[in-house]
Design a protein around this ligand. Structure first.
Ligand code: ATP
Length: 220
């Protein structure tokens, strides 16, 4: 997704962190917030920064928001402003609208409006942190579906020096190691002879249960 034009509306903690990361990843980001002081603080970090109330249709048109590839509505607390902004963006024909929801009801309304992707930062982060707390070797994960996950697991001392054949995760746990992140390089689609070392990170694909059982077995 190179040269994608993003707009982030609402530069609170979530919006500003998201906008800065998009810049870091090499994209162009237009920031929009109704707060002048905040806009002054953010203007140096982003490609463009504008002060506007995005619940005002004329203001949105004047910004040229339609030309953006993706617009993120990161307004949270003011649910009414979040919903109104999202409706206007969809009405104006913005291709991809992503919005932050504070609650399930807020999310449901955004879904009805036709928002393309709804994110629940607090809820999702709570779930993520809980998983990491109970599984200390779980560094990160992506849920592929309800049942399947890709997880990053740290290689403990117990696994150090063992090859993938010896480990035999597919037969013993049902999950597959699809990559090994080593200090110097990443081994994608590792072979049976590849050897794990303490400090490496395994990228594992499997059902939640398989990954959970494997994670519990790797403790040193
Ligand atoms: P966060 O949880 O991300 O820290 P926050 O609690 O600081 O957010 P929110 O109420 O979620 O604040 O709003 C985020 C930003 O959205 C604020 O900087 C606010 O000025 C901006 N904002 C709110 N309503 C509008 C609007 N109608 N038009 C433009 N910007 C808005």
């Amino acid at each position: 997704m190179k040269n994608t034009q993003f707009a982030v509306i609402g530069l609170g903690r979530f919006g500003s962190s998201l906008a800065k990361e998009l810049i870091h990843l090499g994209h162009e980001v237009l920031g929009v917030d109704r707060n002048q002081q905040l806009a002054d603080e953010m203007s140096a970090c982003l490609t463009h920064m504008l002060v506007a109330d995005t619940t005002d249709e004329d203001a949105l048109r004047a910004i040229g928001i339609r030309n953006m590839d993706c617009v993120v509505v990161a307004i949270g607390d003011d649910i009414q402003a979040s919903i109104l902004t999202s409706i206007l963006l969809k009405d104006l024909g913005v291709k991809k609208v992503v919005a932050k929801a504070l609650s399930a009801v807020h999310g449901k309304v955004l879904e009805r409006i036709g928002v393309d992707r709804i994110i629940y930062p607090e809820r999702d982060m709570g779930v993520r942190v809980a998983n990491q707390l109970v599984s200390p070797n779980l560094l990160d994960y992506i849920e592929l579906s309800r049942d399947y996950t890709i997880a990053e697991l740290s290689v403990t001392r117990k696994l150090s020096g063992r090859s993938l054949t010896e480990l035999d995760t597919r037969a013993r746990f049902g999950c597959t190691i699809v990559a090994i992140n080593k200090k110097e390089q990443t081994v994608v689609a590792p072979s049976a002879e590849d050897v794990l070392e303490e400090g490496d990170v395994m990228v594992v694909i499997g059902t939640n249960e398989q990954i959970d059982t494997f994670e519990r077995s790797v403790n040193s």
